[in-house]
Design a protein around this ligand. Structure first.
Ligand SMILES: NCc1[nH]cc(CCC(=O)O)c1CC(=O)O
Ligand SMILES: [Mg+2]
Length: 335
């Protein structure tokens, strides 16, 4: 502090270093590259199917054959990984979400196909029951409608194992049950799947910014007016986020995540600073929708705002960002 106080204008003029591109580049503290990006994708049953998502302009749900083409482009752009989210047909949804661990299910088949066609592209799978339950909650309900923790974890284990057995490089539990990271790590070790990574959605908030995603996977209708406040975190909390992350690390997480992203950058910063582990952030569907709405109205300049929004995650301390802008950002960074 004393050092800063002793600095005085005109000896110190911070605009000097901003004068030229070379000195701006030299003092730049953060950088953004395709290596920092993960593209979330939505997969559908069928062939040659491509469906728009009304609340996410530019995002499409793809059948597996088209997803493989998409994945080829993603890899060619230098994006390290994609995160896979299934759209599950109503006939496969149930109270106990048994379809979640079907070895021949949509996710499991997609993982196999992706790893076969593009072995070097990282595949991250979502471990949570919401696409598979009739009520759209991430777990199994008791008679009062409460999401049962330990009963749900038993099913998540099977789901995570089925993903890993299909060849998923990373399983990403996004359900916020207590103890699920430890339980998944134990079963993976037991089954000799020592190198399956776990990206834990550790500090996942009960956010209304997930609305467009729930449209995309078709769980919005099932969920109705219900919320997820008995398991996802209160947006008012930040100490609790550090606590959640510390527990997931102790249980065997390789990477941790904060979600949503931009409204929660203080949490990203705290976690990176206090725990110093691979830290990811998810620029979620609602953030994407807000940006796209402003771009469509001509109120914000798309290309520059996309890159600025992503750079802010890096400055806050994120090692990587899940973003629906991943392809567009990688193209821009390539120019
Ligand atoms: N387990 C479900 C899941 N996994 C990722 C998202 C949100 C992603 C986004 O909004 O982009 C959600 C939604 C939710 O918790 O209701
Ligand atoms: Mg937890």
């Amino acid at each position: 502090m004393s050092l800063l106080i002793s600095r005085q204008y005109p000896a110190t003029r911070l605009r000097r270093m901003r004068k030229d591109d070379f000195s701006r580049r030299l003092m730049r503290e953060s950088s953004l590259s395709p290596d920092d990006l993960i593209l979330p994708v939505f997969v559908l049953e069928g062939e040659q199917r491509r469906e728009a998502v009304a609340s996410m302009p530019g995002v499409e749900r793809l059948s597996l054959d088209l997803l493989i083409e998409e994945a080829r482009e993603v890899a060619a752009l230098g994006i390290p990984a994609l995160a896979l989210f299934p759209v599950i047909d109503a006939q496969h949804k149930s109270e106990l979400a048994e379809e979640a661990y079907n070895a021949g299910g949509l996710v499991q088949r997609s993982v196999r196909a992706l790893k076969e066609s593009l072995p070097e592209l990282g595949v991250i799978t979502d471990v949570a029951l919401d696409p598979y339950t009739v009520h759209g909650q991430d777990g199994i309900l008791d008679a009062q409608g409460y999401v049962q923790n330990d009963r749900t974890v038993e099913t998540l284990l099977k789901q995570a194992l089925s993903h890993a057995e299909a060849g998923a490089d990373v399983v990403a539990p996004s359900d916020m049950m207590d103890g699920r990271i430890g339980a998944i790590r134990r079963i993976l070790e037991q089954e000799q799947l020592h190198n399956t990574r776990i990206m834990a959605y550790s500090a996942k908030y009960a956010s209304r910014y997930y609305g467009p995603f729930r449209d995309a996977v078709g769980s919005a209708g099932n969920l109705g007016k219900a919320d997820k406040t008995t398991y996802q975190m209160d947006p008012a909390n930040s100490d609790e986020a550090v606590h959640e992350v510390a527990l997931d690390l102790a249980e065997g997480a390789d990477m941790v995540m904060v979600k949503p992203g931009m409204p929660y950058l203080d949490v990203v910063r705290r976690i990176k600073q206090e725990l110093a582990v691979p830290t990811f952030a998810y620029q979620v569907s609602g953030e994407y929708a807000m940006h796209m709405a402003a771009f469509e109205k001509g109120w914000l300049d798309a290309d520059s705002v996309i890159l600025e929004s992503l750079m802010c995650f890096k400055r806050a301390g994120a090692d990587g960002i899940l973003t629906y802008f991943a392809k567009r950002a990688a193209q821009l960074l390539d120019q």
